[in-house]
Design a binder for this molecule. Structure first.
Ligand code: URA
Length: 448
């Protein structure tokens, strides 16, 4: 372990650093184990600019290639939590005066994944507070905040006090994470995004769990997606990620459970922003596509059980309007008008089934990329998204289709985007002879 002056290029580097970034990179490059003190220093020094981006990028790549052990991941997560503030929900009260339980859900990201929208108000129906700090989309996976911002007037940025007040009053809040929460992760994630190091399991696990633990939720349900439209394309890696995150949560005293769920095909029949809000409202009205309902209900049951509520019937709360009532109050509390007409794309183009048969595949990645190219997502953080853009699907795997029937409708305000979106969808739909069955299992496993 070196005690020399830092050799970083970071202009904020002091000349009395505890470690040398190059030694730390070499240790990981040579498959060594980083000490707790080295990890604490690395996260702190990077956050304050004493480790240069190129050094952190090299270390991230070494971690991606050579991994980290349980202790290293746990310490890395703790150091990221310590880089910022921790929220505290212990002042929330139930009607009987007891402390209100809190539960949150995190999805590793997928196409058409609007589950947070119906789920947060649904869980709140049963007296469990849901502090859902969400993000904006980058690349082919949509962002919850982009979807909700399609609702006229709705605002994502709340102060901690506003968030607490809404949790006490309405029971559910979906908002942007404040800048004070795990600032080390914000910097690291932006760097990983442009250096091909997002996919490292230790880095994904610590990134997600540092924010969730700092957020202060009492329990957490993770929806770890597997398949073409997910970060994790294969089940073994998704399982490893889920197990790592569940262990991190439990070590931090957060009751954590993970579901492994299928992301080979988009969730529901919409991928975009306003059209996903519309579909979520259908679910809250007791209808909507069965896969969205099934996953929403299952995640609600898991969140409620983690929070100590075992006798709830979430499906009934969707059918009888209780979840919709909380949704309306949740949207209004953040300035939105839940009854306002949602934005509609100016232009549309339809893709038709080329043959008779059974739709056996509808590739999530292809649909996600098409929705993104139509304007529903952004390529750079500063890009604006189009509220009305996206892909509306008319059939899901398992459906019988006839040649010439509509398969998908593409929506955008900028028709010059149609060609590139159609390119992405060229091989997205696979139609097999009648009698064929798609491989379909929405919930693959539960990890606790
Ligand atoms: N989501 C996160 O918050 N972090 C990651 O590293 C990947 C997905």
């Amino acid at each position: 372990m070196s005690q020399t002056t830092s050799t970083t290029g970071g202009n904020a580097a002091s000349n009395a650093e505890a470690f040398d970034a190059v030694d730390i990179i070499r240790t990981k490059r040579d498959k060594g184990v980083l000490s707790a003190a080295q990890i604490d220093w690395t996260i702190d020094a990077y956050t304050r600019g004493a480790i240069a981006d190129e050094q952190m990028a090299a270390l991230n790549m070494a971690i991606l290639l050579n991994g980290m052990n349980r202790e290293e991941i746990s310490r890395w997560t703790a150091a990221m939590i310590a880089s910022g503030e921790r929220m505290d929900f212990s002042s929330l009260r139930r009607p009987d005066g007891g402390v209100k339980a809190t539960s949150d859900k995190h999805s590793t990201g997928g196409v058409g994944d609007k589950i947070t929208l119906p789920l947060a108000p649904l869980v709140a129906v049963f007296g469990v507070a849901v502090p859902q700090l969400s993000g904006r989309g980058l690349g082919h996976t949509g962002g919850t905040l982009d979807k909700l911002e399609a609702i006229p007037g709705w605002r994502a940025d709340l102060s901690n006090e506003e968030m607490l007040a809404q949790l006490q009053d309405v029971g559910a809040v979906i908002c942007a994470a404040g800048a004070g929460l795990a600032p080390a992760d914000k910097k690291l994630y932006a760097l990983r995004d442009v250096t091909g190091t997002v996919e490292a399991i230790p880095l994904i696990a610590s990134s997600i769990m540092s924010k969730k633990i700092a957020e202060g939720t009492g329990s957490l349900v993770l929806d770890v997606k597997v398949g073409s439209g997910a970060f994790m394309k294969d089940e073994a890696r998704a399982r490893e990620l889920a197990e790592t995150m569940v262990a991190l949560g439990k070590d931090a005293g957060v009751n954590t459970v993970a579901l492994l769920t299928n992301m080979n095909t988009p969730l529901g029949l919409t991928a975009g922003n306003a059209i996903e809000v519309e579909e979520s409202v259908e679910v809250l009205a007791g209808g909507g596509p069965e896969d969205v309902v099934e996953l929403t209900v299952r995640l609600a049951e898991e969140m409620l059980a983690c929070a100590g509520v075992h006798d709830a019937d979430p499906r009934a709360a969707l059918r009888d309007g209780r979840a919709m009532d909380v949704w309306n109050r949740m949207i209004e509390a953040q300035g939105g008008d839940p009854r306002a007409k949602l934005p509609v794309a100016k232009e549309s183009e339809t893709i038709y089934a080329p043959a008779d048969g059974v739709l056996v595949e509808l590739d999530a990645m292809a649909v996600g990329v098409a929705a993104w190219r139509l304007g529903a997502g952004r390529a750079r953080k500063e890009d604006q998204v189009q509220a009305g853009a996206g892909v509306r699907m008319h059939a899901k795997p398992g459906a019988t289709v006839r040649a010439g029937e509509p398969l998908m409708t593409l929506l955008t305000d900028t028709p010059e985007k149609f060609d590139r979106a159609k390119e992405a969808l060229e091989h997205a739909a696979v139609i097999a002879p009648e009698g064929s069955r798609p491989a379909q299992q929405l919930i693959i496993d539960r990890i606790a």
